[in-house]
Design a protein around this ligand. Structure first.
Ligand code: ADP
Length: 391
């Protein structure tokens, strides 16, 4: 396993990791969960794909990371690539995490109070355990720093942007970058305009022109835009005042409702899991059918809006757990965009599942691609690129 990069994605109580080799050798990957509790566990997959599970009772981020290093079968990575959710306007690409850069990441924590502190905890633990390894930050927001001002500014008093950084940032940048670069490679050349739809538990769309993000559906926070598993996506900004004045809801209650009890789960009153929703809709569950309709319509509406950011449309790309696995969602989204001249090939759509990459159009209209995302691979790739620039 030559020149592998250890990719780390740190949440408040979990660490996902993957040791990514420079070649096609198998990856070692896993997750440490429920950190900080007696139930903490490490689930790991070895090079043969065998699953292992062990207790990590009471482990914090540092203890979990030490346990993860022990599971790397003696491979020492050349660097650690950290996923960082919010890079604000400071970071337009991957950056070496020295003291100065870490101070800038800390400053952006106000914009992502749930995510950046957890990312920083992982970075601190990795630096302490392995001071000799370069630590690199790869930001979810960085790919979208190419948005023009007319796409990233809200129509709010300008001082809110100037003094407090209130603007649209966009997220899932690593995924949109990966799938659009992959589509460039598959289609040939990089003179393309792609509309990408990352549909997982979190969902976002992006318009990519000649390899650069020109607009995206998420904004200041990952709540803006599409309907998601438990997140509402766009609502009337007057909703907060209405719920507060009419129902006496506090800001915290409104925030929790929009993030945790809305989206597919809120609409269906059933589940945020697309597989279960599709099965329930088949059985005639009206909430599940409605949730599916709203979900797909809003994706199509978002893609149509983002098409304004592209001089020409080469095609659409579906990715994420739902985008990669649900022919029904893909077909419904495409059916809601009749004026785009899209021509879905049904058999290819039905057959492109479970991590398969494939083109699902007939060749008559814009291209339609299913491209499994690889955020870990992209983080490792950007980490290597940075090391090469510095060599
Ligand atoms: P995350 O955003 O947490 O990384 P994923 O990208 O794994 O999430 O996507 C999770 C979503 O993908 C869930 O809604 C899940 O139901 C959906 N999904 C996974 N497999 C299928 C499938 N075979 N058919 C439909 N939806 C699926």
């Amino acid at each position: 396993m030559q020149a592998s990069v250890l990719v780390i994605n740190c949440g408040s109580s979990s660490i996902k990791y993957a040791l990514i080799p420079a070649d096609d050798a198998p990856r070692l990957e896993g997750i440490a969960e429920r950190l900080g509790s007696q139930e903490a566990r490490l689930k790991a997959k070895d090079a043969q794909g065998e699953a292992h599970e062990g207790a990590l009772a009471g482990a914090d981020h540092a203890a979990a990371l030490a346990a993860i290093f022990e599971r790397l079968d003696g491979h020492t990575p050349v660097a650690v690539g950290h996923r960082i959710v919010h890079g604000g306007e400071h970071f337009t690409r991957a950056s070496l995490l020295d003291d100065e850069v870490l101070a800038a990441v800390e400053q952006t924590s106000a914009l992502a109070p749930l995510h950046n502190p957890a990312n920083l905890a992982g970075i601190a633990a990795a630096r302490e355990l392995y001071p000799e390894l370069p630590q690199v930050g790869v930001f979810d927001t960085a790919f979208h720093q190419s948005l023009p001002a007319h796409a990233y500014r809200y129509a709010l008093p300008a001082s809110l942007y100037r003094d407090h950084g209130i603007r649209r940032y966009g997220f899932h940048g690593t995924s949109h970058a990966f799938v659009s670069q992959r589509a460039d490679a598959l289609a040939g050349g990089n003179d393309h305009g792609w509309l990408t739809a990352h549909l997982g538990n979190g969902c976002s769309t992006c318009a990519v022109w000649q390899g650069q993000s020109r607009d995206t559906s998420m904004g200041l926070t990952p709540l803006e835009g599409l309907v998601m598993g438990t997140r509402s996506g766009d609502v009337d900004p007057g909703l907060h005042a209405h719920l507060h004045r009419q129902l006496g809801w506090s800001l915290d209650e409104i925030d929790a409702m929009l993030n945790q009890r809305s989206g597919l789960k809120g609409l269906s009153e059933l589940t945020n899991d697309m597989r279960e929703l599709e099965a329930a809709a088949e059985r005639g569950h009206p909430g599940a059918s409605l949730a599916l309709e709203v979900f797909c319509y809003r994706i199509a509406k978002s893609l149509a809006a983002l098409s304004c950011a592209l001089p020409t449309l080469s095609g659409l790309i579906f990715t994420g757990g739902i985008g990669e696995n649900s022919p029904r969602v893909r077909a419904k989204v495409i059916a809601a965009l009749p004026h785009f001249g899209l021509d879905l090939e049904d058999a290819a759509n039905q057959a492109t599942l479970r991590g398969r990459e494939g083109r699902i159009d007939t060749g008559l209209g814009p291209q339609l691609w299913v491209i499994p995302t690889d955020e870990e691979g992209q983080i490792a790739h950007e980490t290597r690129q940075l090391l090469e620039r510095q060599a």
